[in-house]
Design a protein around this ligand. Structure first.
Ligand code: BGC
Length: 576
């Protein structure tokens, strides 16, 4: 039975997100490009998987030189993706299935093909002359780093028409909008309202840390940016209930948390610094990279939430690690130079972990239990591979593999027409890796992750509970508690429990579970663990996926044996 969309302003704290690249998801009209109708046609699958919110990559009109992040009309759908009506149909149908839909909003820049830019560049005194950042001097703001270091050598580009330089933080075909101009702020707020009026549930705010420029600063995280975000949040709060703003801010934890403000800026921020450290920890077989970054991460306001991810449509970014750590990551995960892009690694999850099922389960169960809401990237639920021979980040944007049939069931167009070739190699090709066969196979990764989603969704403590790391002398063991501070009388709540079934195992909907213990073995060998759980003396452990009862907790250290890359989630309860 489909879920219902609840009137819940904090829905994003419990949600499991799923990132869709509409171009690569499903081609409904067989022209070789995935489209919005294609996403609508696959909603049944997403509903079966159990996700709560789709994040759509940009679908706005665009010359598509940067996957649609180069927008030439913020107010319309790109014709290759379909129509306005297709978007409304997608949102309405998703909502009827209890699934929310957010989309990317590229606030920082537009395409150089946008009519605003064409007008702005036409002279120094046209009505939009100051809508972009122009200068005669390309040495201004020289403290700002270049983001795409491998393809751009300056943040300024010379414009032949206006005979001036314009500012761009990303590709030179993506001029930055000038937020010092109140007209620009206003027009972008109107863009936001246009899409929210259609029913979108919020936005991922792309590249939102670069909105302003000031001399002698690195032009990131400036106070003016936070003021604009407060204004945006105020507008949303005043007219649009239950919406979410998810900040894409690739910064160090102390700068990152500023984007929550005092719960008056963004509701969510991606946990960028944690992500590479999860890969580091599993390769080093030690918890330290994870525990260290978590200890450097300040607390965030009660209603705010981290967005946790392992992979996305970009390179696995290594901006938030030290030079030494970056070298380590490149040497371990990008053995071939063609796997490197910008300041990161353009590979998908499965090839990064050498297609290891045990590491995939370990990292995903961590992703689903650490503080935050997990975000899955399309195709990672079937452990799709990549094609590092494709340019830029196309390596991780190949067509979704639905079936073992022609073009992986993505499209009936001729192979030559497809926006990118589907994978066809013997290990990751669509004949071996596809939704249809994994759906039929109870032991598949797809079925495993569906079950993980169900278990997590049944325990609210993963979304909103507090977090405490437990010490173990064994450096390969990572253990922590998720708990609610208020000890609600569990016996009262137990009557409210409902029972759902996954793989014939009954899972009790324990919204009442207020203490969960998670324990992970980061090593490829079996490991012993000993945890001091004495403060819960007398309580018992119940393993969450099978509701298996473990021995009672005593004064003595509680001993576990974990298999290679093993993990457990336990409820700590005295109600049994
Ligand atoms: C997006 C990228 C894009 C860049 C420029 C990023 O943060 O995730 O895919 O290339 O913004 O728009």
């Amino acid at each position: 039975m489909p879920k219902e969309l609840k009137d819940d302003p904090l829905w994003y704290k419990k949600a499991v997100f799923y990132e869709v690249f509409p171009r690569g998801f499903y081609d409904s009209n067989n022209d070789g490009f995935g489209d919005l109708k294609g996403v609508t046609e696959k909603l049944e699958f997403l509903s079966w998987l159990g996700i709560d919110c789709i994040w759509l990559l940009p679908f706005y009109a665009s010359p598509m030189k940067d996957g649609g992040y180069d927008i030439s009309d913020f107010e319309n759908v790109d014709p290759s993706y379909g129509t306005f009506e297709d978007l409304i149909e997608l949102i309405d149908k998703a909502h009827s299935m209890g699934i929310r839909v957010i989309s990317d909003l590229v606030v920082n820049h537009s395409s150089d093909q946008h009519p605003w830019f064409l007008e702005s560049r036409s002279s120094r005194d046209n009505p939009k002359a100051d809508w972009y950042v122009w200068s005669d001097d390309d040495s201004l703001y020289s403290n700002a780093r270049i983001i795409f270091t491998d393809v751009e050598n300056s943040n300024w580009a010379w414009d032949q028409v206006r005979q001036q330089y314009y500012w761009h933080r990303f590709y030179s075909h993506q001029p930055d909008l000038n937020y010092d101009n109140p007209e620009v702020q206003e027009v972008m707020l109107n863009v936001v309202k246009r899409w929210l009026d259609l029913g979108l549930d919020g936005f991922r705010l792309d590249a939102v840390s670069y909105l302003f420029q000031r001399n002698n600063t690195n032009c990131e995280n400036l106070p003016e940016t936070h003021e604009f975000l407060k204004l945006l949040r105020k507008e949303i709060d005043s007219r649009y209930p239950n919406r979410v703003l998810l900040a894409e801010v690739n910064q160090w934890p102390t700068d990152l948390v500023d984007y929550f403000g005092e719960d008056d800026e963004c509701h969510m921020c991606f946990q960028f610094p944690l992500m590479p450290r999860m890969f580091m920890a599993v390769r080093r077989e030690q918890r330290l990279p994870i525990t260290e970054i978590l200890s450097l991460t300040p607390n965030i306001p009660e209603n705010c939430q981290w967005g946790l991810f392992l992979r996305n449509h970009d390179e696995l970014t290594l901006e938030q690690v030290s030079d030494e750590e970056r070298d380590y990551m490149f040497s371990e995960y990008a053995k071939d130079n063609r796997m490197k892009r910008h300041m990161g690694i353009a590979r998908r999850f499965a090839p990064l972990v050498d297609n290891s099922r045990s590491i995939a389960e370990l990292l995903h169960s961590m992703l689903f239990s650490l503080p935050g809401s997990p975000i899955l990237y399309y195709g990672d639920e079937i452990m799709m591979g990549d094609n590092t021979y494709l340019k830029d980040r196309d390596s991780v944007r190949t067509p979704m593999q639905w079936t073992p049939d022609r073009n992986g069931g993505f499209s009936l167009a001729n192979f030559e027409q497809l926006y990118l070739p589907p994978l066809m190699d013997p290990v990751y090709g669509y004949q071996s890796v596809n939704v249809e066969s994994q759906f039929k196979n109870p032991g598949s990764f797809l079925q495993w992750i569906k079950k993980l989603i169900t278990v997590r969704s049944n325990y609210q403590v993963f979304g909103s509970g507090k977090f405490e790391i437990l010490h173990d002398d064994n450096p390969s063991i990572f253990a922590f508690l998720r708990y609610f501070e208020e000890q609600i009388g569990a016996s009262e709540l137990i009557e409210e429990n409902t029972v759902v079934e996954v793989d014939n195992i009954e899972i009790i909907d324990q919204t009442s579970a207020n203490k969960v213990l998670c324990i992970y073995n980061l090593s490829r060998f079996a490991q012993p663990a000993e945890l001091d759980l004495s403060k819960y003396k007398g309580a018992k452990l119940v393993e969450l996926s099978g509701r298996v009862l473990f021995p009672q907790i005593t004064e003595s250290p509680y001993r576990f044996t974990l298999g290679p890359h093993g993990y457990y989630w336990f409820e700590i309860t005295d109600q049994i």
